[in-house]
Structures are given as structure tokens and as C-alpha cells.
Write a protein that binds this ligand. Structure first.
Ligand SMILES: [Mn+2]
Length: 340
């Protein structure tokens, strides 16, 4: 923690000027968490915990944020009378940060933030209106490919499915160990989906082989990529306060290796990331601290990619004062009578 640290800013970093290289976007969105509560308080808890994360990153050999400017945006205001309005408001909130001039990292909030993140990427210069160019890499315990949960197709349990509906070209999943028969069939049938199941990567017998295959798959990534990390992809012992902790998940170092492998893929450009399903833990801050360390690793890996020529600004529209375009996609595509 730096001596002039600012409460509520990621890593306690001082406020930046108008030019922003990396932006942290707190999304306290909680609508459909089916078991457990508190993801709406997760982003603030993660920001508070991040003040205790060491700034030194051994891989960079430097203290974050190096010479770059990390801006922590005011959190999403939660407005919207219906689910559709809330999703559009999230998309409008994110939009200005997807212009290609900076690297956005969202903090959730439940995993239902993924479809508006994907929709916000539509106008990124590398996507340019064609979401089939986008690959989503997902760390998660759940496949999130359900048609609906409790009648709600925009539930967190459907986040990856709705992203496929929006038109993403490819979905790579790891840590998956809780899913339905319908999801298993979709994974088998849909050629866009590649899933590495936890029963394979965490197997005491042949886990090492499956893990190496996962890392090899990540090295073949190409084009624009969004990385979505549901912290319940990690073993439940590391993240006991998340909405739905599940045993048998990734170790902390496997999550770190995945982040490193995604950002070092030679033909890919990681345009954005999110860490979601963070909840504040009452008795000890392990859950939010684990999330804060993963966000730090994402940012350090982005900086490394930038230093090594795998990320460059695609726009000159600098700073916080960019124009916004209100999203209407979800209002136009979801039954407007459904209340948030
Ligand atoms: Mn999820």
C-alpha cells in the first residue's frame, strides 16, 4: 500500500488525471443469485481488500501501476426499473471504456454482467460490429449455459449461453464441475464451445496432462478476447463467500497460470476482463482478497502484454470525458414487463 493511498481506489492508488490507461469498473449488480447473497457488496469489498495487495509483481519486476495510470471509476448506479433497463444501463456505463484506447476490468456483481460486457465490446475497434470475432475465456465452476434458471434466461446461470446468443465466435471454459444435462449436451454439440472439466484438470491421476492441454489450447487463441473470471471457478476453500462455492475447483496458481497463458497468447489481443461473483466475507477477508489478487494479476499481465507489443491503443479518444451512447439492445430484445 502506497503512502498516499486513496480509499476505495484499486490498490489504494492515487487518482489519475484525465488520461486513463487501465480502468477498474465496479458493477454492484445482483439480480438472480440463486443461492447465497451479497455479490452487490462484492466490488466495494474487493476494492477495500486491494489496498492490502502488494504492488510489486515479480513477473513484471516492478511495482504496479508502473508508469501507467489506473483509474477506478465511480461504481455503476444500479438504476433501471426492469431487468432490460438495468442490463442496458450496465452496457451504457461500460461503453465509453471499450473505445480501444484503454484496458477495462470490471468487478462484479453476479455473472449476469457478462452479456452487457459482451454487448459493450461490440463497438471496440477490433470487434467493429461483428461479435463473431470475439472469444470469451471463462473460469467458472458452472457452465452458465442454461436456457433459463427459475424462468429467467438472463440469470447468472445463463451468462455464457446469452453471450453465445449475442454472437460470440468462441467460448473456452475451465474449472467446470456443476452443470445440467442440457448444458452437457450443448457443450458436446456446439462447435464454438471448448470445455475443460475440473474432473479432468484436477484429477489426482492425470490432471497434469489435462492441465497442459488447457494451457496449450490458450496458446492458440487469436483475435480479440474477453477474459471472464467467476471466482467460484477456484476451489470453494479459497472463496467461501461467493454466491455458490463449489469444492473441487482450480487452485490459486492454476487461476494465475490461466491468466498468464491468456495474456501471452501470441496471436490474441485481450481487450477486456472481469472478475465476478465476489462477495464480502464476514469473518475473514479471504474471498475478496483472493479476488483482488486475481484482478492485480490481470492488470500486471495486461501491462506485460503492452510492454511486449501484444496490446496497443486503437483509438486516440483519451480520458474520462468521452461521449456515451445509451444502449437500447436489451430493452428491445427482452420482455419489458419483467421487473428488476
Ligand atoms: Mn458463472
Amino acid at each position: 500500500m502506497s503512502e498516499d493511498s486513496v480509499m476505495g481506489n484499486f490498490l489504494g492508488l492515487p487518482e489519475t488525471g484525465d488520461d486513463v490507461d487501465i480502468v477498474v469498473l465496479p458493477l454492484p449488480y445482483e439480480l438472480t443469485t440463486s443461492y447465497g447473497q451479497g455479490t452487490a457488496q462484492g466490488p466495494a469489498a474487493c476494492l477495500a481488500a486491494s489496498a492490502q495487495v502488494e504492488l510489486y509483481d515479480a513477473e513484471l519486476g516492478a511495482d504496479l501501476p508502473t508508469s501507467l495510470r489506473i483509474h477506478t471509476a465511480p461504481e455503476w448506479d444500479g438504476e433501471g426499473r426492469t431487468l432490460a433497463e438495468q442490463l442496458d444501463n450496465i452496457c451504457s456505463y461500460l461503453g465509453p471504456w471499450f473505445g480501444g484506447d484503454c484496458f477495462p476490468v470490471a468487478l462484479g456483481g453476479e455473472h449476469g454482467i457478462l452479456p452487457p460486457l459482451v454487448q459493450a465490446a461490440l463497438h471496440h475497434p477490433l470487434i467493429d460490429g461483428d461479435l463473431s470475432r470475439l472469444t470469451v475465456v471463462q473460469i467458472d465452476a458452472h457452465a452458465d449455459l442454461r436456457d433459463e434458471l427459475d424462468g429467467e434466461p438472463y440469470s447468472h446461470a445463463c451468462a455464457a449461453g446469452r453471450s453465445l446468443d449475442l454472437g460470440i465466435g468462441r467460448l473456452l471454459q475451465v474449472g467446470i464441475r456443476a452443470y445440467s444435462k442440457q448444458e452437457a449436451e450443448l457443450i458436446r454439440k456446439d462447435e464454438r464451445i471448448t470445455t475443460f472439466f475440473a474432473r479432468d484438470t484436477q484429477s489426482p491421476t492425470y490432471g497434469q496432462e489435462a492441465w497442459s492441454a488447457w494451457l496449450a489450447t490458450l496458446s492458440t487463441l487469436s483475435g480479440p478476447v474477453h477474459l471472464t473470471i467467476d471466482i467460484d471457478g477456484l476451489d470453494g476453500s479459497l472463496v467461501p463467500a461467493t454466491g455458490t462455492p463449489v469444492p473441487g475447483g482450480l487452485s490459486f496458481w492454476q487461476a494465475v497460470e490461466t491468466i498468464q497463458a491468456v495474456f501471452s497468447a501470441p496471436d490474441a489481443v485481450i481487450i477486456s476482463a472481469d472478475v465476478n461473483e465476489i462477495a464480502a466475507q464476514e469473518d475473514a477477508p479471504l474471498t475478496e482478497f483472493t479476488a483482488a489478487m486475481l484482478v492485480s494479476k490481470v492488470i500486471a499481465s495486461h501491462i506485460k502484454a503492452r510492454n511486449e507489443g501484444r496490446w496497443e491503443a486503437r483509438s486516440t479518444a483519451k480520458g474520462k470525458q468521452r461521449g456515451t451512447t445509451a444502449s437500447t439492445y436489451f430493452t428491445e430484445h427482452i420482455d419489458g414487463s419483467r421487473r428488476a
